[in-house]
Ligand binder design. Structure first.
Ligand code: SF4
Length: 181
């Protein structure tokens, strides 16, 4: 006899398998690394064979791919796009600029650590990462989803005050709806 807890566990495994097998990606091409996305998605590397394909809008996307440095102005658009996505949703930070600012670390107008503003599930390092590294990053995200450990969307809700505080510190003209999850 299977109890409620065990049947929920089975449902989670099946749902996570379905989620990791079909990732619709919204690529936010902020930095130079965006140039590696076309070869990753097209016939040379063919990411679709791993269940990874593009999405047209945030509302259809599971993954937000941030491909490099973010100016404070672009950050506002990224936050807006992320908050329009349905849960569960995931973020991949692509390139050194998303990790520590990269070569723009001391710029007056770019951010240094993406995960201070939105929750990053996987980072892909390099400047710029090649398509093999991008596919390896997606494989890592798929493993986390299957294990139920890609929980950035949940952390965002639980720590919204922390993220909002950081966001509002650098985005001065803050005109955005405040969601009430
Ligand atoms: S990590 Fe390198 S390739 Fe990527 S946005 Fe920064 S400078 Fe450009």
């Amino acid at each position: 006899m299977v109890n409620d807890k065990e049947s929920q566990k089975i449902v989670d495994i099946i749902q996570n398998f379905a989620r990791q097998s079909s990732l619709f990606v919204l690529a936010y091409g902020t930095g130079c690394g965006a140039i590696e996305i076309p070869p990753t998605m097209t016939s040379r590397y063919d990411a679709e064979r791993f269940g990874i394909r593009g999405a047209a809008t945030p509302r259809q996307a599971d993954v937000l791919l941030i491909t490099g440095y973010l100016a404070t102005k672009s950050l506002k658009r990224v936050i807006r796009a992320y908050e329009q996505m349905q849960n569960p949703k995931y973020i991949i930070g692509f390139g050194s600029c998303t990790i520590n600012g990269g070569m723009y670390w001391d710029s007056y107008n770019t951010i240094n650590r993406l995960d201070m503003y939105i929750p990053v599930d996987v980072y892909i390092n390099g400047c710029m990462p090649r398509p093999e590294a991008v596919i390896a990053g997606f494989a890592k995200l798929q493993k986390l989803i299957q294990a139920g450990k890609a929980d950035g969307w949940d952390r965002y809700q639980k720590n919204l005050e922390f993220y909002r505080g950081n966001q509002k510190k650098i985005i001065h003209n803050w005109v955005m709806p405040d969601y009430n999850w």
